[in-house]
Write a protein that binds this ligand. Sequence first.
Ligand code: FMN
Length: 200
Amino acid sequence: MTDAPLNILAVVGSLHRGSVTRVVIAHVTKRLRAEGCKVDVLDFEDEPLALYNPDTAHDRPGYAELQARVERSDVIILGTPDYHGGISGAMKNFLDHFWHEFAGKLFATIVASHEKGLTVIDQLRTVARQCYAWTLPYGVSFTEDVDVNGQKIVNDAFKERLEMLIRDARVYGAVLARQRRADLAATEPGFLARHREGNG
Ligand SMILES: Cc1cc2nc3c(=O)[nH]c(=O)nc-3n(C[C@H](O)[C@H](O)[C@H](O)COP(=O)(O)O)c2cc1C
């Protein structure tokens, strides 16, 4: 029996109309679809997300639908610009809306930065840890490698690094998704025990 296609949520963490992050997420999306993955793109420029307010967020129109999209995903690709050495407000706002939905899933991180984006990648790793998510053991950052007008990547070395991320997100994402499903259906202890139905 073959596994169902991997569900990937690809998040554009920039609201900038001429965003380089968006171009890279579009490239990764296209490649992952060509590899048989189902990719859902979440772009807050098209789908604005109100600032997270714990008192009202869950009752807002559109929240249940967004939650279902996050819930459905096996892998979450997070693309963000480096803002002051940290993640963008749009990305932070998205992440603030969820935690339970991230548990046991794989995050893959891509950062637009002039400074390697290491502190940004570390912030995303911290969020993953807090939410019991996995991350790839590396992040990918880039700077002058994108032609926004042509909507394409213009540096082969960067494309190659993205190929590594695309392959690893797909392969490790599938391994972790399989184990996550098994753990949610099991009765053994483990970090996913608290996420089993009825234990939330
Ligand atoms: C508010 C703000 C803060 C920024 N801070 C940094 C920074 O600390 N380090 C850096 O390398 N780039 C910084 N940048 C530049 C962006 O990371 C860079 O332009 C990135 O390519 C933008 O990605 P986007 O086109 O997808 O929005 C900053 C840009 C803005 C608007």
